[in-house]
Design a protein around this ligand. Structure first.
Ligand code: TXA
Ligand code: MG
Length: 321
């Protein structure tokens, strides 16, 4: 299959995407977080196609992207806490895992047969396309399963070219990390995946202490497997001293020891700004994801604010495969 790449600024691009989606085909497109691989949530062809194109395990459910609270309420049950979070953060990088309604347009394969559904209201083109289809759009991150997440059309094309008909190019995605996933229930709020909205921001807005999933419970977000976001080379974390020939991901103004022997250096944020570092993280991992990069060394990154999500992604990138 030939993959077409159209800039979002091309007036025909969105129409082309809509036509493909209505036919159960897949379109990669930008959201504020990362690029998503979008399909019609009601089409078994589209949903099965997403698992196929990404080589994604079928037990790993997809996020439903909605254009409005009306569409969200058609698929999920909102309690007072869920309403409050949606009001505070939507549209934006927050995904809510909520009870799934009995009869919805969403195909059961998309929710992996669970009785909950992950819902998010994004900015921009995905929301507009959901409005046109009058149904949620399912979209996992637009990368091969287990590999580095795409935050640019070029990165998406490297993984999915030849597997999908269209990529909409909207430039680099502003947040750069996937959405934060939480499960609100009554007066408790469980963080299933750290992401574009930091824990302290959620705590402030909800007035609650944010809980972690119970240890030993079934994996909370089924996709949160240990090895993920993996470039080809080995990844070493919290590195203060560079080995000769390593490819270095630096952070902040401090110069790690031995930097003069590095093969290449990317600084996620020379000023030490975590939001800037988040937006550059996957591009850096992607730039170093090639057969001739054997070893990647990552400088220490504080785990405050967005640093929690950055370090989560880095730990998975470094995990044994
Ligand atoms: O920012 C994002 O969230 C991006 C953009 C494209 O929206 N999407 C994304 O999707 O990161 P994906 O498929 O890469 O990650 C979705 C995560 C997976 O870990 C999946 O297991 C989890 O959401 N998930 C989906 N439905 C769930 C549910 N009912 N309960 C718990 N976790 C769920
Ligand atoms: Mg993903």
């Amino acid at each position: 299959m030939k993959t077409e790449i159209l800039p979002l600024t091309d007036p025909a691009a969105e129409q082309r995407a809509e036509t493909l989606l209505r036919d159960g085909q897949l379109v990669a497109l930008p959201t504020e977080t990362v690029y998503g691989l979008a399909g019609d949530s009601g089409s078994s062809k589209a949903v099965a196609g997403i698992f196929e194109a990404k080589a994604r395990p079928r037990f790993n459910p997809l996020i439903c992207h909605v254009d409005s609270m009306k569409m969200a309420r058609e698929i999920a049950v909102f309690d007072a806490l869920a309403e409050k979070l949606a009001t505070a953060f939507w549209p934006g990088p927050l995904t809510l895992v909520l009870p799934l309604r009995a009869k919805t347009a969403v195909h059961p394969l998309a929710t992996a047969g669970l009785d909950t559904v992950a819902v998010r209201m994004p900015h921009g083109v995905v929301a507009r396309l959901a409005a046109k289809l009058t149904r949620p759009i399912v979209a996992p991150s637009a990368n091969l399963s287990g590999r580095v997440t795409g935050t640019s059309a070029e990165a998406v094309a490297r993984g999915l070219s030849g597997r999908i008909p269209l990529i909409l190019d909207g430039g680099a995605t502003p947040v750069g990390l996937e959405s934060t996933i939480v499960r609100p229930a009554g007066d408790r709020l469980v963080l299933l995946r750290a992401g574009g909205i930091a824990r302290d921001v959620l705590a402030e807005a909800s007035g609650l202490a944010i809980e972690d999933p119970a240890a030993g419970a079934a994996i909370a977000a089924p996709g949160s497997l240990a090895s993920h976001y993996a470039p080809t080379g080995r990844v070493r974390l919290d590195v203060r001293s560079i080995e000769p020939g390593e490819f270095v991901i630096a952070f902040g103004p401090d110069r790690p020891q031995g930097l003069e022997n590095a093969a290449a250096i990317v600084n996620l944020s020379p000023a030490g700004d975590l939001a800037e570092a988040a937006s550059n993280l996957f591009a850096a991992l992607s730039a170093f994801d090639s057969a001739d990069v054997e070893a990647i060394a990552v400088a220490p990154i504080p785990s405050t604010g967005l640093g929690e999500a950055i370090n989560d992604r880095l730990r998975r990138a470094a995990a044994p495969r």
